[in-house]
Write a protein that binds this ligand. Sequence first.
Ligand SMILES: [Zn+2]
Length: 111
Amino acid sequence: MICMGRKRGEDGRRQPCQARARVMWEGRWYCGVHDPERVATRDATREADYQRKREQAQRVYQAEQDARAIVEAVAAAPTQVALMGTKCRLIGNEWGELAEQVVAVLKEAKA
Ligand SMILES: [Zn+2]
């Protein structure tokens, strides 16, 4: 028996696979590559992989957007950030040092 599946030929058009069939599925024969169960598994794996990559790209994009929003907010109000840094330092909060560094970087960037 030969495979009832179809493959892409050298010219890019779909043509009969014609490989030696190994499994029967609903009365039709297929080779190992076109075995409908394996095709379904492969498609599901590919889909899951695509979704995972898409979600990861979405997280990276969101993180970049968040970072940009923070930089813009700080650049728009350096005095407030400096004040906040001083306040944080006064109450012994570690964010104070970070805020002061941010202000220093902004001053450097302007100069
Ligand atoms: Zn085949």
